[in-house]
Ligand binder design. Structure first.
Ligand code: LHQ
Length: 264
């Protein structure tokens, strides 16, 4: 395992595990953690040996959003430009995560608040411990949901639930988040890391070229028409059909044996 100060990273069997690691502050984001998370996702982009990412948090929380101690208004100074913070830190990381042609599994081990919740929702498959809760904490401090939250909540839940969560900052228990389709599953706390790890490992051993194309297609569906989507599916299927994994998958089926995918 290698460690930067605030995000631990470990790579095994094609899975890059990134663990937000400021547990005393419920893994809230300071500048170092922003940069370390970005570097981790960039590594997943660059390294062919990484075929899936597992994102989780150290300690009892997943992530409490921005570190509010970083900009203590009691200390005076100029009025902060939070738009600049989003442009510099959150938004590039969100774009990198969504643009990564490899699946990101998120194991939400505890409370996910503010941008911490919305970073979880930007992952591809989200599992949460049953004790975890999601809080759009922004309304408590006079801010608006960011890190893609207004987009994810409105798209996944529709306006009534998105607005209620964002305007009240009421904690949403993991099991309700799963019932509402905001995450994939709520699992017993003791099972979370084993289940999320097994899922990430299974994805990493899968036909990852095709999985990456699938991720891209499903994301494109949010903004495209059926006509555009049919064309995108054709193009992606053409690429998938030329892959070694497609030939291997069909051969393995015909030979009645497990496929050995390489991601090519
Ligand atoms: C924290 C934090 C935290 C520092 C817990 N910061 N220390 C984008 C653009 C630019 C700037 C602004 O923000 C954004 C995006 C955002 O994310 S805005 C939203 C920021 N996040 C919040 O407002 C959530 C603040 N935290 C909470 O409301 C609670 O801590 C939750 C509900 C997450 C958990 O409550 P508890 O389980 O009761 O834990 P706790 O409050 O006792 O926290 C434990 C420790 O963690 C505590 O420190 P201490 O030294 O007293 O033990 C907290 O101060 C610290 N902590 N969140 N965001």
């Amino acid at each position: 395992m290698t460690a930067s100060d605030s995000v631990l990273s470990a790579q095994a069997d094609g899975v890059l595990t990134l663990t937000l690691n400021r547990p005393d502050k419920l893994n809230s984001f300071n500048e170092d953690m922003h940069l370390a998370l970005r570097a981790g996702i960039q590594r997943a982009h660059d390294d062919d040996a990484v075929r899936a990412v597992l994102l989780t948090g150290a300690g009892r929380g997943f992530c409490a959003g921005q570190d509010l101690g970083d900009r203590d208004p009691r200390k005076g100074g100029p009025v902060p430009d939070l738009g600049h913070t989003l442009d510099t830190f959150y938004n590039p990381t969100l774009r990198l995560m969504r643009g990564l042609d490899k699946p990101i599994v998120c194991a939400v081990n505890g409370v996910a608040a503010g941008a911490g919740a919305n970073i979880a929702f930007a992952c591809d498959i989200v599992l949460a411990a049953k004790s975890a809760r999601f809080i759009q904490a922004f309304a408590r401090i006079g801010l608006v949901p960011d890190a893609g939250g207004t987009w994810s909540l409105a798209r996944i839940l529709g306006e009534p639930r998105a607005k209620a969560l964002a305007l009240t900052a009421e904690p949403l228990p993991a099991e309700t988040a799963a019932e509402w389709g905001l995450i994939w599953k709520a699992v017993d706390d003791a099972e979370l890391m084993a289940e999320a790890g097994a899922l990430a490992a299974a994805l990493a051993a899968g036909p990852t070229l095709g999985l990456g194309l699938t991720k891209r297609l499903i994301q494109a569906a949010a903004t495209g028409s059926l006509d555009q989507q049919l064309d995108l599916e054709r193009d992606a299927q053409r690429d998938a059909g030329r892959s070694a994994d497609y030939a291997e998958g069909v051969t393995a089926f015909l030979e009645k044996r497990p496929a050995r995918f390489t991601g090519r």
